[in-house]
Design a protein around this ligand. Structure first.
Ligand SMILES: Nc1ncnc2c1ncn2[C@@H]1O[C@H](COP(=O)(O)OP(=O)(O)OP(=O)(O)O)[C@@H](O)[C@H]1O
Ligand SMILES: [Mg+2]
Length: 571
């Protein structure tokens, strides 16, 4: 019970209850319930007046019977309408909120959250939680209805009322005991289901290594173990679910037999009439279907979907560190960049320590260093994704945080190794930055890829398949650069964009970057010797500190630079 209250508290904190709609659901259900309680009363009175040949009253009760049935259908229509409206409201709002929230999150977020979990929370979980308000209204009304029906039976016969109450309680207890077991194994089953999904994803991502190291059989054992546990828990869950439905059914059937026997006994003793039997039996069958609906559908759905509410709630609980931007709208940025005694930590880990350097505009600068030395962190700082713990970063001698957000974004752009292209045409991919076809063509000409694009079956309209599977890695990388150039940014950042390219293509890309450096500030991160040899300015980072800085010639005897150049792992 406490857990369910907590679930609803979380649900309403992420999506406030649509109160007017909830009232409509509740009110229509109350009226539908009153109408449905009236149906057995009408049926009993029809029988009563038929047996005494009072045809006028019989016709009147037949009319009431149809009226109650029609009203019940009428109010249920409004109830379904309200429930559908509520689901739609929850679904659209939650989807929108998830999207808004995710777009405000910083890089830390994906480091602390599992991508599968995020995907589940933003897709299937939303479907599951949208029904929860409807489930709640059903439980409230059905519970009240059950109490009213028991009271109505008790007004006819106290003994029968007590009997109905006992069987209802018995049903409630047995169902709850078995349901708890079902839920326990369902959660275990889900845990192994997620594990199996993870194993399959890992397998797909590492097929080459699997085959190369001949790991398939051992990995298959790993899968089998998880699968056996899944099947084991699934079997147990099914067993308890079957036991629950059989036992619960048995209790209700025994209850029905008991009520038949008692009412018949009373009838023979002359203490009861046929119409009262019709009434009591009518109420009891209403009660059994209500009990089943409340416990086996509504409450079960509420408990099962608790985990979905929690996943979405956790997603919303993440608060990115707030970074304040200034209001400087100077747009004619020249592009000189300076780090002044910059220190940065991730938690307790010191990542950058006293880093100072100057990057001049219209130069090709490379940041080099061993893996984990802090190179990408420097680029992330330039992109203002993090704030230094201390020290300042200046562009054109002004603190980067003083620039207004849009101005800054328009002047600093980045391309990473991932060369992210979307599953849309080349034209549409470039249009995400600039729709102008002439601009797109100019940029592609500058990068020397226009001929290659026009040679594709549909030129600029060629659809890029998922992960860019239908175009070469070189074209993929150059299209990402094209998109970066379309931003018209003055400062261009490239994080290991040549790492998956062969030597020849790397040299072609470097040629393009050198050309760009004539008009822009270009900073790249590289591990490749052939790239280091081509740049105007090298900044060497080691364990978060800048250890050398200068032209390639001036660093020829620098031990850190020589160490990097001679390192085998760089080849
Ligand atoms: N968000 C983060 N939270 C905690 N630690 C982080 C985070 N991002 C990076 N680090 C750590 O900071 C250090 C510097 O990381 P960074 O990615 O800047 O290195 P890098 O020089 O770019 O390495 P590589 O050449 O492998 O890309 C590493 O030890 C890394 O594990
Ligand atoms: Mg890096």
């Amino acid at each position: 019970m406490k857990a369910l209250i907590e679930t609803y508290r979380k649900l309403w904190s992420i999506i406030p209850l649509y109160k007017s709609n909830f009232c409509m659901i509740i009110l229509s259900k109350i009226f539908a319930t009153i109408a449905s309680v009236f149906i057995p009363i009408s049926a009993a009175n029809i029988v009563k007046y038929l047996t005494i040949n009072d045809y006028q009253s019989t016709s009147l009760w037949i009319f009431y019977f149809f009226l109650a049935t029609t009203l019940k259908v009428f109010f249920y229509y409004f109830n379904y309408y309200g429930a559908a409206k509520d689901s739609q409201y929850c679904y659209t709002n939650l989807k929108q909120k998830c999207y808004d929230k995710l777009s405000t999150y910083d890089l830390e977020f994906t480091k602390t959250k599992n991508i599968d979990e995020i995907l589940q929370a933003t897709s299937s979980d939303i479907w599951k939680v949208v029904e929860l308000n409807d489930n709640l209204s059903d439980v409230i009304i059905t519970f009240i209805k059950i109490l009213v029906v028991i009271a109505l039976v008790a007004t006819n016969s106290l003994f029968l009322g007590a009997l109905v109450l006992i069987f209802s309680l018995f049903y409630l207890i047995v169902t709850c005991i078995f349901n708890n077991k079902v839920i326990e194994y369902l959660h275990k089953q889900r845990k192994y289901q997620d594990k199996i999904a993870g194993i399959l994803i890992e397998e797909m991502e590492s097929l080459e290594e699997m085959k190369a190291y001949n790991m398939e059989d051992k990995y298959y054992q790993h899968f089998l173990q998880a699968n056996n546990k899944f099947c084991d828990n699934y079997g147990k869950k099914r067993r308890y679910a079957d036991l629950q439905s059989n036992f619960s059914q048995l209790i209700l059937e025994l209850g029905e037999i008991a009520i038949y026997l008692v009412t018949l006994f009373l009838l023979f003793k002359g203490e009861y009439t046929v119409d009262k039997i019709v009434l009591v039996i009518g109420y009891f069958s209403m009660l059994t279907s209500d009990l089943k609906y409340m416990l086996e559908s509504c409450i079960k759905a509420m408990i099962n979907n608790k985990i979905s509410v929690e996943r979405i709630y956790d997603l919303f609980q993440y608060h990115p560190k707030k970074i304040e931007f200034g209001s400087d709208t100077t747009d004619d940025i020249e592009g000189s960049l300076e780090f002044k005694h910059v220190y940065t930590s991730y938690g307790n880990k010191k990542v950058l320590q006293d880093v100072s350097f100057v990057v001049k505009p219209k130069e090709l600068t490379a940041i080099v260093g061993r893996s984990g030395s802090g190179k990408s962190t420097i680029l992330n700082h330039i992109l203002r994704l993090y704030q230094p713990t201390s020290g300042v970063i200046l562009i054109d001698s002004k603190d980067i945080f003083s620039y207004q957000e849009n101005i800054y974004k328009a002047n600093v752009s980045v391309v990473t190794q991932k060369s992210l292209l979307f599953n849309m045409s080349i034209h549409d991919n470039l249009s995400l930055v600039d729709r102008n076809t002439t601009h797109q063509q100019e940029v592609c000409q500058t990068l020397g890829i226009e001929e290659e694009i026009l040679a594709l079956p549909q030129g600029y309209q060629t659809m890029i398949e998922e992960n860019g599977a239908n175009i070469s890695t070189r074209l993929k990388q150059l299209l990402s650069i094209a998109r970066c150039l379309l931003t018209k940014a003055e400062i261009l950042l490239f994080d290991e964009i040549t790492s998956s390219l062969d030597r020849e293509t790397t040299l072609q890309v470097i040629k393009v970057l050198k050309k760009l450096a004539k008009t822009h500030t270009v900073i790249l991160i590289t591990h490749k010797k052939e790239v280091m040899d081509q740049v105007d300015h090298l900044i060497v980072i080691n364990k978060g500190r800048k250890v050398a800085d200068g032209t390639v010639e001036s660093l020829q005897n620098d031990p850190y630079y020589l160490d990097l150049k001679n390192s085998k792992s760089l080849e």
